[in-house]
Design a protein around this ligand. Structure first.
Ligand code: UT7
Length: 315
């Protein structure tokens, strides 16, 4: 038996706050529609900050919180779909900025909004063979770069930010028991690549993705609980991908999760894709809603299609 636990978390968001009223000046929308349909009131957009800067800010904060030095990191994974460059990887630029050792395995991973969960699972597998048993997992996005300002169905949803976690791997610890899935589908959610020859934007069939999410989240939660031999009552805290407050509310109602056991920050940040889950984890740690020994059921879904859940413990 072996597994990872979270030692410390951190986050970094751009300074610029964009309100729903700000967006109503450029697209045909309004605060009441956005807030009631999504739960979003504000989001942050980069105005000069780079993806790399967000990664560095979040990673430094997580290292400091966990009391781990950059030299102790064995693996560094950045989950993202909006890196500054396709090459070098965001993780390699982060390695340079943090001064991670050259034998630290640094790479990016794209599983859209489920990226942080895919990265946690990958980290757990890789740390077993790594020279040092601490790993740095980042979820970071600059989604404002790929928004179509003529599409009010998507441009109001997304925000920028980064969250990070320093994890430790040990023999004898229980695995996070990740349940992950993918289904090739470019009809529901897509950011086109080089084939278009022009700038590429998020394209989404929101209603169908919503339906996919409300089916997938509980299925995934059931599978994680079954794998761990637990019930929802055994879980100390629930962390959901922040895509739409209504999706979270449906899961909360289904599992009768009391208000003190879940958290939403979508009002402040919108949907930050791979950054959404670590942003929540970082706020929870700062607010002392989670502490050493807390068992957190984390669940996410997104483009790919991808989905995933895991039971993550704080060290
Ligand atoms: O993290 C990646 C995963 N993504 C998601 O989880 C997103 C899941 N989907 C959603 O969150 C929701 O589907 C949306 C928030 C994107 C849309 O909400 P909806 O309740 O599904 O609205 P809709 O697309 O069915 O649109 C309803 C109406 C339409 O008008 P008509 O045809 O009824 O006259 C839209 O044109 O709302 C209109 N509408 C808007 N109105 C004001 C769509 N976007 C807007 C807007 N402001 N921004």
């Amino acid at each position: 038996m072996s597994g990872i636990k979270i030692r410390g978390t951190g986050r970094c968001v751009p300074e610029k706050v964009v309100t729903n009223d700000d967006l109503a000046k450029i697209v045909d929308t309004n605060d009441a529609w956005i807030a009631s349909r999504t739960g979003i009131r504000r989001r942050r957009h980069c105005a000069g900050e780079t993806h790399t800067a967000l990664c560095v800010g979040a990673a430094r904060a997580a290292l400091e919180k966990s009391g781990i030095a950059p030299e102790e990191i064995g693996v560094c994974i950045v989950a993202t779909l909006t890196p500054d460059h396709l090459v070098p990887a965001a993780a390699c630029l982060l390695q340079r900025e943090l001064g991670l050792a050259e034998d630290t395995l640094c790479f990016d991973l794209n599983a859209a909004c489920t990226g942080f969960l895919f990265a946690l699972h990958t980290m757990e597998c890789l740390l077993a063979a790594a020279p040092r048993k601490y790993g740095l997992v980042i979820g970071a996005e600059v989604l404002s770069r790929i928004l179509d300002w003529t599409d009010r169905g998507t441009c109001i949803l997304f925000g920028d930010g980064a969250g990070a976690a320093v994890v430790e791997w040990r023999e004898g610890w229980t695995s996070i028991g990740a349940v992950l899935g993918t289904r090739g589908d470019d009809a529901l959610l897509r950011v086109a690549g080089a084939e278009t020859g022009e700038r590429s934007f998020i394209r989404m069939d929101g209603t169908k993705v919503f339906k996919f999410a409300v089916e997938t989240v509980p299925r995934c939660m059931d599978q994680v609980l079954e794998k761990a031999g637990m019930t929802a009552d055994d879980v100390d805290f629930f962390v959901f991908h922040q895509a739409n407050a209504r999706i979270i509310d449906l899961a909360v109602r289904k599992y009768r999760i009391p208000p003190e056991k879940y958290y939403k920050n979508i009002e402040e940040y919108g949907n930050t894709s791979a950054a959404s889950i670590p942003l929540v984890l970082s706020e929870l740690q700062d607010l002392q809603k989670v502490h050493s020994g807390s068992r957190v059921l984390v669940v996410g879904f997104g483009g790919g299609l991808t989905w995933g859940g895991a039971l993550v413990e704080f060290a």
